[in-house]
Write a protein of this length. Structure first.
Length: 342
């Protein structure tokens, strides 16, 4: 591990030997140095290594721009104005706070869910951009100014529970998390289009194993006359449909030892520890295996030998966020996955 740390740091300043107890005299560990006349007792360092064949050498970008006309309705609006109503055919994808007659101040949010099933679970998201386009012909909000108000900044949140396009309402809206939420900045013009970096949000969705999409909402849902109104997948103008572009890498050139997946990794999400538990029948087969942890920018933060039956990694001092784990045996990839630390 010391040598691994030196290589990872990019700076080789060597090592120091010292006594654990430097107080009590008459204690020594005396070895031959590289200056000793007896070359047989010079220090020797033996290192065995393999060239990493798991580099991300297969990359791909996909663009998702569904249309309800093609049977690909991906968004729905929900509103306090009619909290039991479903607005899945609305031409606009938006968030707003606005007055609505006797109902007083009304709040609008929207949900969107792209089909990410083509992205492998082992993929590493390198970039994801959600493009939202102003609906300048919208019949709601301020005419001609779909981006309106001095405090119209919004949030884009990851949804964490199921919902259905054709049935979701304000009263039945799904749960969300503020982890890695994306800021939608205050508009600078009434007809502004937005390109939002959603790389971490998409990574979170892939890592969770459940794609429940995203929610747009106002940061300030108290003060009326604020809006961010974009075209939805139902809009007759297909040029303003939401667009999601995702680029990702997939590990290739790896000789898989076998399709094991009998190594349980839990809890997920994790907090203070991460456990790798090997199926009892498989334990004796795994020799010289290592668990490697990588943070969201691809830095290796931990490498430990996998014990035959259970290995525990203390994650107390790790930064919170998403991590990729790989279980390797020499140049073979046994298992890979993603873990969220909360």
């Amino acid at each position: 591990q010391l040598i691994s740390d030196i290589i990872a740091s990019g700076n080789n300043y060597g090592m120091m030997i010292m006594q654990q107890n430097e107080t009590t005299p008459y204690q020594s560990l005396i070895f031959g140095s590289s200056n000793n006349t007896d070359t047989n007792i010079h220090p020797a360092l033996q290192i065995c290594y393999v060239i990493d064949s798991t580099t991300n050498d297969s990359s791909k970008c996909i663009t998702l721009r569904p249309s309800a006309a093609a049977g690909q309705d991906i968004d729905a609006r929900i509103s306090t104005q009619v909290p039991t109503a479903n607005f899945s055919t609305d031409p606009d994808f938006f968030s707003a706070t606005w007055t609505c007659g006797s109902a007083g101040n009304c709040i609008d949010r929207s949900l969107i869910m792209f089909d990410l099933s083509s992205i492998p679970a082992s993929a590493t998201i390198t970039n994801a951009t959600l493009s939202l386009y102003a609906d300048n012909a919208s019949g709601v909000g301020m005419s001609g100014s779909p981006m309106y108000g001095s405090n119209d900044a919004g949030w884009l949140l990851r949804v964490t529970s199921p919902w259905a396009i054709n049935t979701v309402t304000w009263n039945t809206q799904p749960t969300t998390t503020t982890n890695d939420e994306v800021i939608i900045p205050q508009s600078t013009s009434g007809t502004e289009n937005y390109s939002l970096n959603v790389s971490q949000l998409i990574s979170d969705i892939i890592a969770s194993g459940n794609n429940y999409g995203m929610m747009i909402m106002q940061q300030n849902e108290t003060t009326p006359y604020q809006s961010l109104i974009f075209g939805s997948s139902n809009n007759t103008d297909t040029n303003i449909h939401p667009q999601l572009q995702i680029c990702y890498n997939v590990l290739t050139g790896v000789n898989s030892l076998k399709a094991i997946n009998h190594i349980q990794v839990y809890p997920n999400p994790a907090h203070d520890k991460l456990v790798f538990k090997v199926d009892y029948a498989l334990g004796s087969e795994l020799q010289n295996c290592f668990v490697e942890l990588y943070n969201s920018i691809g830095e290796k933060v931990k490498s430990v030998e996998l014990s035959p039956y259970q290995t525990t990694i203390n994650t107390d001092n790790f930064a919170r966020g998403l991590y990729l784990y790989r279980i390797m045996s020499h140049s073979s990839l046994i298992q890979t996955g993603k873990i969220e630390l909360q």
